[in-house]
Design a binder for this molecule. Structure first.
Ligand SMILES: Nc1ncnc2c1ncn2[C@@H]1O[C@H](COP(=O)(O)OP(=O)(O)OP(=O)(O)O)[C@@H](O)[C@H]1O
Length: 760
């Protein structure tokens, strides 16, 4: 019998029959076996190698199941009130029968294809479809093609006798020429003194022909013996391609496997029954869908693109109800079926991704930055999660405002925290965090954030409004500083990372922002003068250009707790499970009209799975959103990540509490170079530069050999040659330092003198 699944629950079919697996009990004695009535005995050894038993025998089997000695397996085609015992032999019999069936179907398919070729069936089919769709251009084209094919064939038939005659004539000429050559060669050998006799020549020719005959015989036998299996194999393959195996030749498990495979036939069948009248009529009338992308495996599922017939647009298949119907027809749960509209294609093109069973239950792999690594917001994107196709999704965080929404306990804070953890690993980033639930989810950020608000009181809301207002003031200062310093266009990485530049990236994070906007006026609310809304709006409008970002998460995205003016400025939007489509739309906006259905994610089971839209670089071209299983970083691990972030900060010589507008630090290059020599009398310039980078990466990483040479020149240290290498000597540094110190001393004295003169 077929593969058995130990975990399968015992099953009755629709008539109440039970199927017992005796494969594990084949060595039991006859006495162990239940009595089998006469009727059933006659049915032994049928195609399934099974027995049908009733009455006391059935009762005995049932008792053995109760005692745990037997188990049941699924079966659906059994008569009323009977019991079937399936034994090991069924598998071989069924396989043989199925192979025979498939071979027969292969022959059937060949015959159909031959008939098609003779009658130009494929062209006629296209004519029929064009006529059905009322496509007059296609109809004219295919009709013309049919006429051309017919004319071409008639022409070839007329020329056939002449072609055969020409072939025969060529064969006769070859034979005569070969005979002539052999005759001439025989004569030549005979006339050559000491050569072969006439008889020798012909016996030689006979030997050659004999050997050729032996080879020909071997080849013929090989072909004859091989032809039949090859023919059968080819027919079997064709049968598999074209045929449908009847249900009785397929076991339950095999049928489940076949049903779970997403084929064009299955999709067509599923679409026929989604209750779209135009689509159903088209398919029932024999219309065929055009698969722009044939179903193909993509990660944990199947992806395809299909053009729907006239009068049906892809958008009709996007509402949850239709998806549920489609999913059911495909043998899937609705959260496993994701139709989308490709905006780049015409409205009839449907994009469909269907998860393999169980794919949606696979957790995302561990976060790549969990154990090690720094982050550079200018150069890297946040490793955020994987798609259902297990492709990594990374999101750039620079110059984007974020909005995340979800029902409670779906992972909203965890997802937002993941982003913040990543940002914390960039030592140049300043974090300001307001956790307006105050349940400790964000506590680990206390040492890393310059502002940390935790709690859900009116005071916490007010502090958060003040935090946003600080963002606005900082934004204004930056615009002014930009103008003063003649910085045109975006702030570069170099400026942003320079210590004390005052342009470092700032992220204002508000978790549970409904507490903020829902607070009493003037902190919350939407009336004129409401502080939070006003500040958030200004940040949304202008802050990203000066590297100030607002990230908000909410579990109640309605008009009161997340005013339109606040939510519409977000560039990256993500929704975990939400209660309904209206809520989904508040967060994901237009993506919902194009197939985003976070409301169909399973509460709890899909915690951490988020539908993302907007400026997410990894959204596949032409698609409006991507479903991401976010990486999970537990609260405990989050503490470890922040501890690492603090080390990184220290290594870079930065402090969390440094004022935003700290004065540019004067770097003493000469002393740094002296230190980099590490008390050696001389060192190669390249080695010294490498040590400088190691010591102070922010200052020296961008330095090249040329700029380093210029710097040495500036500080008065000559580059010497030693064994062909460019080196720096300790004595040169000492004299440069002495010279500088005496010069500084002179200046100081001059200043003092001038001062005393002034004072005098
Ligand atoms: N990426 C993830 N993968 C797997 N499970 C997750 C993931 N993110 C969150 N969870 C699970 O979801 C639970 C709830 O997460 P979290 O507290 O972030 O939800 P929330 O939506 O912020 O809830 P609330 O709104 O009540 O604060 C977590 O304890 C965790 O078990």
């Amino acid at each position: 019998m077929n593969t058995l699944d130990n975990t399968q629950p015992e099953q009755h079919d629709e008539h109440g029959a039970r199927v017992y697996d005796l494969s594990a009990h084949r060595t039991t004695t006859a006495a162990d076996q239940p009595a089998v009535d006469g009727d059933a005995q006659q049915q032994q050894q049928h195609a399934h190698d099974s027995e049908i038993v009733t009455g006391p025998a059935a009762a005995e089997l049932e008792a053995r199941v109760q005692r745990g000695e037997l188990r049941t397996i699924p079966q659906t085609r059994i008569g009323r009130a009977r019991v079937v015992v399936v034994t090991q032999g069924g598998k071989a019999v069924r396989r043989t029968a199925r192979a025979g069936w498939t071979v027969a179907q292969g022959h059937g398919s060949w015959m159909r294809r031959a008939a098609d070729a003779v009658t130009f069936g494929h062209v006629r089919e296209q004519i029929r479809l064009a006529r059905m769709q009322g496509d007059s251009v296609a109809l004219a084209e295919w009709t013309e093609r049919l006429n051309m094919l017919k004319t071409g064939r008639a022409q070839r038939m007329r020329e056939l006798p002449a072609t055969i005659y020409a072939g025969l004539r060529a064969a006769a000429v070859v034979t005569i020429v070969a005979a002539g050559v052999m005759l001439m060669a025989g004569l030549a050998f005979q006339l050559t003194p000491g050569g072969w006799t006439w008889g020798d020549w012909w016996s030689f020719v006979g030997d050659v022909v004999g050997i050729a005959g032996v080879f020909a015989t071997i080849a013929l036998h090989t072909v004859l013996w091989g032809a039949a299996p090859a023919w059968l194999f080819a027919a079997w393959r064709e049968g598999r391609r074209a045929g449908i195996v009847p249900r009785w030749l397929v076991s339950e498990t095999e049928r489940a496997e076949m049903n779970s495979e997403i084929t064009p036939d299955l999709v067509t069948q599923a679409l026929m029954h989604v209750k779209l009248p135009a689509l159903t009529k088209f398919l029932k009338d024999g219309g065929q869908l055009e698969y722009l992308i044939q179903p193909r495996e993509q990660g944990g599922g199947t992806y395809l693109q299909v053009r729907l017939p006239f009068g049906v647009v892809a958008a009709e298949l996007l509402p949850s109800k239709k998806v549920e119907l489609l999913a059911g027809n495909l043998g899937r749960h609705k959260h496993e079926v994701w139709p989308q509209r490709d905006p780049a294609a015409d409205a009839r093109v449907l994009d469909l991704w269907v998860a393999d069973k169980g794919t949606m239950d696979k957790p995302a792999p561990a976060w790549p930055l969990l154990e090690t690594g720094e982050f550079d917001v200018f150069r890297e994107r946040i490793p955020f999660g994987v798609t259902m196709r297990q492709e990594q999704i990374e999101v750039g965080a620079l110059q984007k405002h974020w909005l995340i929404g979800a029902t409670s306990k779906q992972g909203k804070s965890t997802v937002m925290r993941l982003i913040a953890l990543c940002l914390a690993l960039d030592p140049t980033i300043e974090l300001k965090i307001a956790d307006l639930k105050g349940d400790g989810d964000w506590k680990m950020f206390t040492p890393r954030a310059t502002t940390f608000i935790e709690g859900s009181t009116e005071e916490d809301a007010e502090a958060t409004a003040a935090m946003l207002e600080w963002g606005v003031a900082e934004m204004e200062r930056r615009y002014q500083a930009k103008a003063d310093q003649n910085i045109v266009g975006p702030i570069t990485r170099e400026i942003s990372r320079r210590k004390g530049s005052g342009f470092h990236p700032v992220y204002l994070i508000v978790d549970e922002c409904q507490v903020l906007y829902g607070a009493e006026h003037p902190v919350g609310g939407t009336k004129d003068g409401a502080r939070a809304v006003k500040a958030a709006k200004r940040l949304h409008d202008q802050a990203r250009a000066v590297n100030i970002h607002l990230m908000q998460a909410t579990q109640r995205p309605d008009d009161r707790t997340l005013p339109v003016r606040v939510r519409e400025g977000a560039h990256v939007r993500g929704s975990l499970n939400v209660p309904n489509e209206a809520t989904a739309k508040m967060i994901l906006a237009d993506a919902v009209d194009r197939g985003a259905r976070p409301q169909d994610l399973r509460p709890g089971a899909d915690a951490g799975t988020i539908v993302m839209t907007g400026e997410v670089e990894d959204i596949p071209a032409g698609q409006a959103f991507v479903i991401v299983r976010s990486h999970y970083v537990s609260t405990k691990d989050a503490y470890a990540v922040i501890a690492r972030a603090m080390d990184i900060l220290k290594r870079h010589g930065r402090q969390v509490t440094a004022p935003v507008t700290e004065q540019p630090v004067q770097v003493d290059h000469l002393r740094n170079i002296e230190r980099a020599l590490r008390d050696e009398p001389r060192a190669r310039t390249a080695v010294v530069l490498a040590r400088l980078i190691e010591h102070d990466p922010d200052t020296y990483t961008a330095m090249t050999a040329q700029t380093f040479a210029a710097l040495l020149d500036e500080v008065g240290v000559p580059i010497r040659k030693s064994h062909g290498d460019s080196v720096i000597r300790a004595t040169d540094i000492t004299s440069a330092l002495t010279q500088r110190d005496s010069h500084d001393g002179d200046s100081e004295r001059a200043d003092t003198n001038a001062g005393s003169r002034d004072g005098a």
